[in-house]
Every structure is written in structure tokens, then in C-alpha cells.
Design a protein. Structure first.
Length: 77
């Protein structure tokens, strides 16, 4: 009964359940739908290139970061 991405309902539910604010959240995904979901939820997005979609699809949404490896994401922390 939860709306599908890019509807942000699932993100809002997770943030609420965990007591985390959108400003403290990074949404990691491998598709334009994931990038749009993050935008709709008001959270920063990290696009990962090791998924199913081409880098250009991720770039079209101007995510916070495009990562080519898990280590690229890890460097943020």
C-alpha cells in the first residue's frame, strides 16, 4: 500500500521511523528514478555507477555526488 518511487512516501516513512531529518540523510541509488525520489523527499542523492543505468542518466539529475566505487561514498565519512 505504499506509493512507488519517485513518490517520496517511503523515504518519509523511514526518516520518521528512525527519527532522522532530511538534512542528515543521503539517498544512494543507481537510477534516475532514485535521483528523482531523493529530490522529491528533499534529501541529497548519491548516484552510483555500478548499477543498471548509465552515468548520463544520473548526471541529468545533478546529484550531490556520482560515485564510481563504494570507496567514493566512504570518503564522505
Amino acid at each position: 500500500g505504499i506509493a512507488r518511487k519517485p513518490n517520496p512516501a517511503i523515504v518519509y516513512g523511514i526518516l520518521s521511523k528512525l527519527g532522522i531529518s532530511a538534512s542528515d540523510t543521503l539517498y544512494v541509488g543507481d537510477s534516475g528514478i532514485d535521483m528523482q525520489t531523493a529530490k522529491n523527499a528533499g534529501v541529497d542523492a548519491i548516484g552510483v555507477t555500478w548499477g543498471f543505468r548509465p552515468r548520463a542518466e544520473l548526471e541529468a539529475f545533478s546529484p550531490f555526488l556520482i560515485a564510481d566505487s563504494p570507496e567514493d561514498v566512504q570518503q564522505l565519512f
